[in-house]
Design a protein around this ligand. Structure first.
Ligand code: GTP
Length: 497
């Protein structure tokens, strides 16, 4: 073979090799999503797309299904903190505070005093005309402690020593029976999320601009995926939810051949909505058991949480929604640690014409809660909302006291809903609170407040996943009507912008 032939063959082989390498590179790049060239076509990010399905959804505790079990072994983030399903009977920190320290009349004595058997059907009269004079009313303290006695049926009715009488907590004030002279107009409850979507703007910049920006920037290499992960962690989704979401995004992007920013947005939307799904119903169990005018019992809702999360505000806002939807509501001011909280709730009540049963500072909150439920039953209201005192989840005595509030109320009526109010701005601390409260009082729904003031709306994902309890309501501002039902699709749309 001549030299020229050899050179020709070498040139051909070199050309074939170069072509093979170039083809390989092109194919490899095609497998990554590269969206840059279509950036110009991306629609401008508007604040909207927040299609709230409708108004608030209320149900009756009689028909609602229980939230699903969430065994402790399925809990992904333990971090050494007590968790749902852990043995709540184990004392977690200091010695427990004694909580049954008030004199106890029996149920029979209570009935004799009021002349009304406790379980009588509710009356239909206007609370304003049926309110008893203070001296005729069974005190909340007495009523609640009567219940404690029922718990211990072997104990004889205690004779109250004189000195104990003098140190007993003050009697609850009579119910504020007079409706407010001027009842405020309440914003329509339908389409609340739609109207309040702009208040999620801080979280929107994390998800809509941050996350979607990353996914839409193209060429998702390892560094980009790490940034996606960091963004989710910074938004407080928690490590388990973040890992799950990132893994799903990676798999789906590879298998679906996501090519455009619209594809990426649609995928992210789907993955986030799925991460928020839960079998537990999101309706708030605030409808009565039967017709209250015909012997039916009111729905009983307890509002619990640590100090300053927004319990009183949420109780007031929820009362407004119920009143606006035509329900008769009674408010129980069992936040007896803070006198101002009682006044605060009384004002909320006045503004919507709802009767308020008030506790005095330092009074046993269980007694006020019991009195509220008794009064609500007698007055034939549809729902009684009991605002409890803020308590530190780290104080076992206070948590025991909360357990007592629920037990005492249950002697009088079924507790339909225990709403745990969490401040969305507190991040991981909110999760710790949620776990401890769940152990003590069987939380049935979460209210996430102050979502308007945080970029960490991702706490919604974490709290639901970890507790197996649905987020039912969200607080989106300090205004009286800044409370909205939580709807995953509408929420995700608002986040993505
Ligand atoms: N921005 C914003 N502020 C809220 C929201 N909900 C409540 N707040 C504010 O949070 C503060 C505390 O609210 P409260 O309702 O008094 O809290 P609390 O849990 O009852 O407090 P304690 O009785 O001390 O336990 C108030 O200034 C409320 O206006 C919300 O959704 N967004």
């Amino acid at each position: 073979m001549s030299t020229s032939n050899l050179i020709l063959i070498a040139v051909v082989v070199a050309v074939v090799l170069v072509l093979a390498v170039v083809t390989g590179i092109v194919l490899a790049r095609r497998r990554r999503i590269s969206l840059r060239e279509q950036e110009a076509e991306r629609p401008a990010v508007q604040g909207g797309g927040y299609q709230a399905g409708g108004g608030f959804s209320f149900s009756s505790g009689a028909t609602a299904t229980a939230p699903p079990e969430h065994p402790v072994e399925q809990r992904p983030e333990t971090e050494g903190q007590p968790g749902v399903g852990d043995d709540a009977a184990e004392p977690r920190d200091s010695a427990k505070r004694g909580i049954v320290d008030v004199p106890l009349p029996t149920e029979a004595e209570v009935e004799a005093e009021t002349g009304t058997p406790r379980e009588q059907p509710a009356t239909t009269e206007d609370p304003a005309t049926t309110a008893e004079p203070a001296e005729d009313r069974t005190t909340g303290t007495d009523a609640a402690t009567a219940v404690d006695q029922v718990e211990d049926t072997t104990a004889p009715p205690a004779e109250v020593p004189e000195q104990d009488r003098t140190t007993a907590p003050p009697e609850p004030e009579p119910a504020t029976a007079e409706p407010a002279t001027e009842i405020e107009e309440i914003e329509p409850t339908a389409g609340r999320l739609e109207r309040l979507r702009g208040r999620l703007s801080r979280s929107r910049s994390t998800f809509g601009q941050g996350l979607l920006g990353l996914l839409g920037a193209g060429d998702l290499d390892e560094d980009s995926w790490e940034e996606v992960e960091d963004t989710l962690l910074m938004a407080d989704l928690g490590s388990a939810t973040t890992t799950e979401i990132v893994e799903r995004l990676r798999t789906e992007i590879a298998s679906r051949g996501v090519r455009t920013p619209e594809d990426a947005r649609a995928l992210l939307r789907e993955v986030l909505i799925d991460a928020l799904s839960t079998e537990a119903p999101r309706s708030v169990r605030a409808l009565p058991h039967g017709d209250p005018a015909d012997g039916g019992k009111p729905a009983v809702l307890l509002v619990v949480g640590v100090n300053g999360t927004g319990k009183t505000t949420t109780t007031g806002k929820l009362a407004r929604v119920l009143v606006a939807d035509g329900h008769k509501v009674l408010l129980g001011a069992a936040d007896t640690f803070r006198a101002a909280a009682v006044e605060q709730l009384a004002t909320w009540g006045e503004r919507v014409g709802a009767e308020v049963v008030r506790g005095n500072e330092g009074q046993d909150p269980a007694s006020v809660a019991f009195e509220s439920v008794s009064r609500a039953t007698d007055a034939g209201v549809d729902a009684v909302l009991v605002d409890t005192a803020g308590r530190l989840h780290t104080k076992s005595g206070l948590m025991d006291e909360l357990g007592k509030v629920k037990r005492v109320v249950e002697k009088r009526a079924q507790v339909d809903e225990v709403l745990l109010v969490l401040d969305a701005t507190t991040g991981q601390n909110g999760m710790v609170q949620a776990r401890v409260f769940s152990e003590v009082v069987d939380v049935t729904g979460i209210v996430l407040t102050k979502l308007d003031g945080t970029a960490k709306g991702g706490i919604v994902f974490q709290v639901q996943r970890e507790l197996g309890v649905p987020v039912k309501l969200v607080g989106l501002g300090e205004g009286p009507d800044h409370l909205a039902p939580f709807e995953p699709a509408a929420f995700v749309d608002a986040l993505l912008g």
